[in-house]
Design a protein around this ligand. Structure first.
Ligand SMILES: Nc1ncnc2c1ncn2[C@@H]1O[C@H](COP(=O)(O)OP(=O)(O)OP(=O)(O)O)[C@@H](O)[C@H]1O
Ligand SMILES: O=C(O)[C@@H](O)C(=O)CO
Length: 417
């Protein structure tokens, strides 16, 4: 394994794995830190669920992942977080990145959440989602990590021990040599985490070309566009990826994301498919159970039904006040985990999931140890084949990714009904 990646959630991991695979690296996504040597691959992406847990715990899990990746012979480590920089003033991006720098004995690392294909661009240190600042994009209402400051430098500095560096767009446009020199200057001044502007894929390729030999790279999946080329130029690539195949059989959609895109996708899907809404009050009282959902799904199995907790921000905020943000999130995630286990027992073989935390819960319920990367469904969302469990094909969609008809397209891409 040449490139070892640590992703702070499951959809982020498959987004990154998708980019690396498309750019010609044989890539496998691992479900947590494996307890044995890796399946053969050039890039390994360890999917953790560390985005929304306590910073110390996120650091500890990331360091275990790092140790395992180094044991597999990785030459470079990629810490993948969300292209909307999902985090709180406490972490977890800053604490994990600093801990990885220390553990690797690295002097510095770039911080670049940019993903132009999904409209995430960084200019003058400010993160945009399409033509809106991050803090006006809907992300300011995120149920777990409201993003209320678009200045990535300022937000990251709340989370770090050290000062945060910056390389602006003017220098990025000058190309890899200038970028490398600007990064060196920031690192020389003791700023170890260096936010770097990027607007289009060309910028990301130029930045990646400047990162040859860096022990640690941090960012969104966009930054991974140019990394395979560094290994290719060094004559290190050539392994074939394990083949992905579609799988036909019953399909189900599960949506736990409350993002703006997820709400539109849900509305679109429910026009032509049956849907079962989770009711927070019933869930918290234990009156709505995974067994009840499975019984309902069995009745609608021919129509690719959807189970969803997706709700609008006002409803989410009211329920969080009533039941507690964390308690409610855990209950909903626990529900999806148990549901996933029961779905495969009921013969479901295609599952399309919306939301990173939700996807982490669903995959935990499946008991898979690795995921093979198939064709891209929408930008950042590949079809996946689960290994180590009953045969299942998956699509794990980040909250804000995907076209309005994503779920239909995803289930069709995974196989036939
Ligand atoms: N109706 C609801 N009320 C309160 N919390 C909810 C509700 N539905 C889902 N949640 C919780 O909100 C969180 C949504 O996070 P998730 O990562 O799944 O989606 P997302 O943040 O939109 O996606 P991504 O992280 O990929 O951008 C989960 O913890 C989920 O359990
Ligand atoms: O970078 C992104 O936006 C996604 O891969 C993700 O991490 C959302 O959970």
């Amino acid at each position: 394994m040449l490139l070892g990646c640590i992703a702070d959630d499951f959809t982020g991991a498959s987004d990154l794995a998708n980019t690396l695979a498309r750019q010609g690296m044989s890539t496998v996504q691992f479900v947590g830190v494996p307890d044995k040597p890796a399946l053969e691959c050039e890039a390994g992406v360890v999917a953790l669920k560390t985005r929304s847990i306590a910073p110390e715990e996120a650091v500890a899990q990331s360091l275990v992942a790092l140790d395992w990746l180094l044991e597999q012979g990785c030459q470079q480590i990629f810490f993948k977080y969300c292209s909307t920089f999902d985090s709180t003033p406490q972490g977890n991006i800053g604490p994990v990145a600093e801990a990885l720098l220390d553990a690797l004995g690295a002097h510095s690392a770039v911080v670049c959440p940019v993903f132009p294909a999904a409209g995430r661009r960084l200019f003058m240190g400010h993160l945009f989602v399409n033509d809106r600042l991050l803090s006006e994009s809907g992300m300011e209402k995120h149920p777990l990590n409201p993003m209320i400051d678009p200045d990535v430098r300022r937000w990251l500095r709340l989370q770090t021990k050290g000062e945060v560096g910056f390389v602006g767009y003017k220098q990025v446009r000058m190309g890899p040599e200038e970028i490398a020199a600007a990064l060196e200057a920031e690192a020389g001044a003791g700023r170890r985490l260096i936010v770097i502007d990027a607007v289009e894929d060309d910028d990301l390729f130029a930045i990646a070309a400047a990162l040859v030999g860096q022990k640690l790279v941090t960012g969104g999946s966009g930054l991974a566009l140019g990394l395979p080329e560094n290994f290719r130029r060094a004559g290190l690539l050539g392994k074939q990826s394990a083949p992905y195949t579609r799988l036909s059989g019953p399909g189900v959609a599960l949506s736990g994301s409350c993002s703006t895109a997820s709400q539109a996708q849900l509305a679109h899907y429910l026009k032509s498919h049956p849907g079962l809404a989770l009711d927070p009050a019933e869930l918290m009282a234990g009156r709505q159970t995974p067994d009840m959902a499975v019984a309902w799904i069995r009745e609608h199995l021919d129509s690719q039904p959807m189970v969803y907790s997706t709700a609008d921000p006002k409803q989410v905020a009211a329920d969080q006040i009533r039941f507690g943000r964390q308690e409610l999130a855990e209950r909903i995630e626990g529900f999806f985990r148990m549901l996933a286990t029961k779905l495969v027992e009921a013969g479901v073989v295609r599952i399309a999931v919306g939301g990173g935390e939700t996807s982490g819960s669903v995959v935990a319920g499946l008991d898979a140890h690795s995921l093979l990367i198939g064709p891209e469904i929408d930008p950042g969302v590949p079809a996946l084949a689960a290994i180590g469990t009953r045969p299942v094909r998956l699509a794990l969609k980040s909250g804000n990714f995907g076209a309005p008809d994503f779920y239909e397209k995803a289930l069709n891409a995974l196989g036939d009904g």
